[in-house]
Ligand binder design. Structure first.
Ligand SMILES: [Zn+2]
Length: 383
């Protein structure tokens, strides 16, 4: 085993990407100079919590100190969120804030030092969920650093973090992940999902593994992909493709996509209700879940928000397709093989679709906006 210092690309257990941040943290650990309070700042789903777990392994692992082995019982318990020397301060209740009681508990706890290992790690996820009271309680703990006590604060929104907290932490900015890293994460965690949907999810997520996982597991993505293909055909066909009525492939796939979103939302709401019931001690959680999911399959009425969601996803996927074509790549799988327009025309269509996204967010009549946009896209492809 070589030391962390001469590892060309040190990787804490479970962490992908963020090579510079990992190298910097590993060097600081090797010198025994890790700042006792660090703030990991970066977009949603890029692995801030994963890095916090990996760093906790590096601090506590007896087998590979300063790096973490990822396999010993200590590392495994940290990864599973079950190590007594790693506390997570998370928002509680409907307010979505970290309570003063849990922040105080950390302060009291740190005075006693670690239970088992050489370090006590407090992860605050997210730091912007600290309010004035819990923030002040935690501040006391951060201001009295003791050997072996480490605070790792996470945030997507630095402006939302109390300035007093921010000023006492070492900020570390994390960027988006490479598509290859996102793909590896999605392939490992959503192996059961079809290849096509996984690929789309990675392309759409723009470097966020969390977003890619949500998309990969979202059945509405397949429906939206089908809708984009029909919309491309309809736009190319012009008015006779666009105004062909409810039974036409375009509007049937539009309605199917909306129904999928309605069902998914109903199922999610049912699951949340079932979880709440289970938490409050009621039985029959699984059957409740099933009942509610069955209801979700019915033709529930789509709200304007759900129509907007589908239309936005349509625009997003189409934009992605055009960008891929501009880069000389194949674009969306199964997209109709229409004559490829010159790059200038692809760029013009991109602008039309970006306009669509903005109009959808302003206007309630989603269907009308979609029709107008498809006409506009079609006129361009007619020559
Ligand atoms: Zn270990």
């Amino acid at each position: 085993m070589t030391s962390a210092e001469i590892q060309p690309s040190p990787a804490f257990p479970g962490v992908r990407g963020h090579h510079e941040a990992q190298a910097m943290l590993a060097r600081a650990l090797a010198r025994g100079q890790l700042h006792h309070a660090i703030m990991l700042i970066g977009p949603r789903g890029i692995g801030k919590a994963t890095l916090a777990r990996g760093l906790a392994c590096a601090l506590l692992c007896p087998r590979a100190p300063g790096r973490g082995c990822g396999e010993c019982p200590v590392c495994r318990r940290i990864q599973a969120g079950a190590h007594p020397d790693v506390d997570w301060l998370l928002p509680e209740g409907s307010g979505g804030q970290i309570t003063i009681d849990s922040a105080r508990a950390c302060h009291v706890r740190q005075a006693g030092g670690p239970y088992e290992g050489a370090a006590y790690v407090v992860v605050v996820d997210p730091a912007d969920a600290l309010n004035e009271y819990s923030g002040n309680a935690l501040l006391k703990a951060i201001e009295e650093p003791r050997p072996g006590i480490h605070f790792i604060l996470l945030t997507t929104n630095m402006q939302g973090v109390l300035p007093t907290i921010l000023s006492r932490t070492l900020p570390i900015r994390l960027g988006r992940l490479d598509d290859a890293d996102v793909a590896a994460i999605v392939d490992a965690r959503a192996a059961e999902v079809a290849d096509e949907r996984r690929r789309m999810a990675v392309l759409l997520a723009e470097g966020s593994a969390g977003v890619a996982m949500e998309l990969a597991l979202d059945p509405a993505l397949d429906r939206c992909l089908a809708l984009v293909r029909e919309a491309m055909r309809a736009a190319a066909a012009g008015p006779r493709g666009i105004f062909a009525g409810e039974r036409s492939p375009l509007w049937e796939s539009y309605n199917a996509a909306i129904q999928e979103v309605v069902s998914a939302e109903a199922a999610a709401a049912a699951e949340a209700a079932a979880d709440e019931a289970a938490a409050s001690g009621k039985k029959k959680r699984s059957s409740k879940k099933k009942d509610a999911a069955d209801k979700g399959d019915g033709k529930a009425k789509a709200s304007a928000a759900q129509q907007r969601w589908v239309a936005s996803r349509l625009a997003e996927l189409w934009v992605l397709h055009l960008r891929e074509r501009l880069r000389g790549r194949p674009g969306l799988p199964g997209a109709p093989r229409l004559a490829d327009p010159p790059p200038a025309e692809l760029v013009r269509r991109l602008a039309v679709l970006q306009e669509l996204t903005q109009r959808i967010s302003r206007n309630a009549n989603v269907r009308l906006i979609l029709e107008e946009t498809l006409l506009e896209l079609g006129q361009a492809s007619a020559h």
